[in-house]
Design a protein around this ligand. Structure first.
Ligand SMILES: Cc1ncc(COP(=O)(O)O)c(C=O)c1O
Length: 437
């Protein structure tokens, strides 16, 4: 069946709410490539929104899934405990940041991990208030949506939101509201503003947790400065609140470490949420937390029918092994360095590339119209469409839709990297040469 005929059936049978950026119907995928219903081949630099870090249909992952599916698909951890749940928890605890012993709880999606992290934080601290940030995306279930920042299309119309959630300014230094001229000043101002808000508007003794993405993903791939994260961690500890590190998009090797916070010596979140690349496309997510926090929650207080599904766990164990065996943390750093260098060269040519940022293989370019940094989403749409027509799948991101996020597979070959950069460059030239001329 062709893309066109599938589009007609989709319009007839599928809820409009299930939005797709690209009007294509993938039929099969292998490694860094996807083929659509018309047989067209694409290099995939979106990898299912940061899910297929080890590429599509990795033989080791597929083999592990097949083997598990043949043994059994689902008993339910709440009924009887699969050994692989324990194995994955052990592995995640081992690779988590810091020396404090950890414990892991498994559920199904990023949003569900976030929901559970908030529940854990509230039970543990016996407090109610949660601090989230501008630019945040934590998912679309009720609590997660309340923590998410963007009104359209995510939040508008879905009020009332969960109670006792307060929003502080994320340190988006390229567009910071304090007029800070450099990253350090921006980080300092953001931290000072956060403390002021907590101390005088909310009450320090009320705060159960701060939840923050170390790189605001849907917000535009904005890394929080190291000193801000350090200051946040110290402040949380000082006032008896928890620091929830949402690594759903940035974790599992995407930034060249298991976790983004691993880039910063000695930082240890109280709770970490992981999903997406954790299990190469099989629904699975995790809350990994300091053991003394996790152990405060009694048996049965948290749960999920599908959470810790054995097939997804098999995919996850294989994915983590692939990352280790193929040295993909190092490879993500290499890929990221090449991407950044190339984008910086293009930035020197095009003033509309206002910012190039990110860590490891999680890189974005922010496109602006002028020196006032007026967002230029029209140019980004043109780039994304041009790239797709030319066989490269990209995704826009950011509050204003004026960023392109690059999420290539972290096991991509040099030839694929070169091919992607050529196509990306052609898309940028196509969109910006017209406005520059
Ligand atoms: C940082 C972050 N947290 C949570 C979520 C929600 O994950 P899910 O879509 O699996 O519910 C996302 C999804 O993009 C995310 O990027």
């Amino acid at each position: 069946m062709s893309n066109e005929s599938l589009a007609k059936r989709r319009a007839k049978y599928v809820a409009k709410a299930a939005y797709s950026v690209h009007p294509f119907y993938p039929e099969r995928a292998q490694g860094s490539y996807v083929w659509d219903a018309d047989g067209k081949k694409y290099l995939d630099w979106s990898v299912g929104i940061a899910v297929m870090n080890v590429g599509h249909t990795h033989p080791k992952v597929i083999d592990a899934v097949k083997k598990q599916a043949e043994k059994f698909q689902h008993i339910c951890f709440a009924v009887g405990m699969n050994e692989t749940y324990i194995q994955l928890a052990e592995k995640l605890n081992e690779i988590s940041a810091g020396d404090t012993p950890k414990k892991t709880f498994l559920v199904n999606s990023g949003a569900e991990a976030v929901e559970n992290a908030i529940k854990i934080a509230r039970l543990y601290t016996k407090r109610k208030s949660i601090i989230t940030f501008t630019r945040a995306f934590h998912g679309r279930t009720h609590m997660a949506l309340s923590l998410t920042d963007k009104a359209h299309p995510y939040k508008a119309g879905f009020a009332p939101r969960a109670a006792e959630i307060y929003r502080a300014q994320y340190p988006y230094c390229y567009r910071n509201p304090w007029g800070a001229k450099n990253e350090q000043e921006c980080a300092d101002k953001a931290l000072a503003a956060l403390k002021e808000q907590v101390k005088y508007s909310i009450g320090e003794e009320e705060i159960a947790a701060f939840i923050i993405e170390p790189i605001a993903g849907e917000g535009g791939f904005i890394p929080a400065p190291e000193s801000f994260l350090r200051g946040l961690a110290e402040y949380a500890k000082e006032i008896g609140a928890l620091w929830i590190d949402d690594e759903v998009q940035a974790g599992i090797g995407r930034t060249g470490k298991w976790w983004t916070v691993d880039h910063y010596e000695g930082l240890e979140p109280d709770l970490v949420t992981a999903a997406k690349a954790l299990s190469s496309g099989f629904p699975l997510s995790a809350v990994i937390g300091k053991d003394y926090i996790m152990d405060k929650i009694e048996g049965g207080q948290l749960g999920s029918t599908f959470g810790g599904n054995p097939t997804a766990i098999a995919a996850s164990l294989a994915t983590l092994e692939v990352i280790e065996e193929e040295n993909l943390l190092e490879r993500a750093l290499e890929i990221g360095a090449v991407l950044k260098e190339h984008l910086h060269k293009l930035q020197a040519k095009y003033s509309q590339i206002g910012d190039v940022r990110g860590i490891g293989a999680m890189i974005a370019l922010e496109v602006v119209k002028d020196a006032d940094k007026t967002p230029f989403p029209e140019a980004v749409d043109k780039m994304v469409d041009h790239a797709r027509d030319n066989g490269l799948i990209l995704l826009p991101t950011g509050t204003y839709g004026n960023n392109i996020r690059l999420l290539p597979p972290i096991n991509m070959s040099d030839a694929e990297l070169k091919e992607g950069l050529e196509k990306l460059t052609a898309a940028i030239e196509f969109a910006l040469d017209a406005v520059t001329a």
